[in-house]
Design a protein around this ligand. Sequence first.
Ligand code: SF4
Ligand code: SF4
Length: 447
Amino acid sequence: MKRDLFTFKKTFAGGIHLPDFKSSTSNLTIEDSSLPQKVILPLLSYGAKLLNTQVVVGEEVKTGQLIATSNEFISAPIYASISGRITEITDLPHPDFGEAKSIVIESDSKDEKGYNLKERDYRSLSSDEIRKIIKDSGIVGLGGASFPTYVKFTIPEDKHIDSFIINLCECEPYLTVDYRIALEMPDEIFKGIEVVLKILNIEDAYIAIEDNKQEAIDVLNEKAKAYPQVKVVVLRTKYPQGEEKQLIRAVLKRVVPKGKLPLDVGVVVDNVQTVLAIYEAVLFNKPLYERIITVTGEAIKEPKNLRVRIGTPLHHIIKECGGITSDEVEIIFGGPMMGTAVDNLEVPILAGTSGVLVLPKRKIDLQTESPCIRCGRCVEVCPMRLLPTEINKAVENKQWDLLDELNISECIECGACAYICPSKIPLVKRIKEGKEVLAKRKVKRNR
Ligand code: SF4
Ligand code: SF4
């Protein structure tokens, strides 16, 4: 279906306006990081499922060689991100789980490729063939969730998809990788979108971008003139605009019902860097072994947008950016709102690591909690229309049955409520506690 290009601004109910702190990296071109001396590749797929190793200690591997896989449907294989020798397969530090069984590759500094970088005419391939390439290339969601992309593209027969949304909101403060990708690689993005439209057999794609990225909007609008099936949708800058349900509501005015998925309302959403990885895998046979991250924060000497090998230890990234400028720092993988604090410089960059944020300790808000003043601000900002103050009370009072009635499972842990709370109540922490208790009770019931 051919449509005129249009540009408009929409948003969702709730949410907060955050200072964006993006200026220290938004003008920096993406650079290639130097190769690390070793990489640490956790053998975990989505949902912390363990993969089966395809290599043994002492074996020589090449960059892009398959090293672990699984027969599970919801999983993605992993590939060597440098060439060298397997030196260990053991439990090692992991940013999300403390420790995880991992493969260590010591670099031979050659970066010899274990795959043929050949240009492929994807138009001659069927949807199933393209989906298989995406599966075999280990592509996962690079916005943070790391959900296997081919699973997202495997649409059940009773579902009908008509729209593909490319998430270019990057609504977390500090992060600028998606913005830089839009500025520097628009051709690759549009070709990647064409591939996805072919897989899904649909004709409508929407690039969703916030209105604080005007330069990228101009580049994309110019490029979209040659792609009538792709529309650039400019959204108001608001956190958490990039969350799937908020995005679908803002772009298409469709509401994803409680407990349902985007595909239940005819939509597939992917982060822009995932689209780039699809482009590289399908058109150039390149498996997923590297990604682009923003390294920033007031305590890093030289903030950068860096293309890094997956599995690179954090200390290598910090050295690559000139080191740390403060005695005491807090390091976060991802953005400040939904990221994970890490305290070990050996932890590896994962496929889902969108950034490394290095902040001086004094930047962390150390104000202590005081009683709820029932101001209702947490309720006003909740994008999922929940009652965070009531959930908090139920958790404090151990009223676990009430948590289901309060729809705690719908909470996306965006942190907007905790950010706005004048009493500094750790609402997300309490919500996570409540979810954990419910999960344990469910396991017990099912025994
Ligand atoms: S963390 Fe959960 S409860 Fe709080 S604003 Fe976000 S979705 Fe709502
Ligand atoms: S924002 Fe904080 S103080 Fe206000 S109602 Fe919510 S929990 Fe209570």
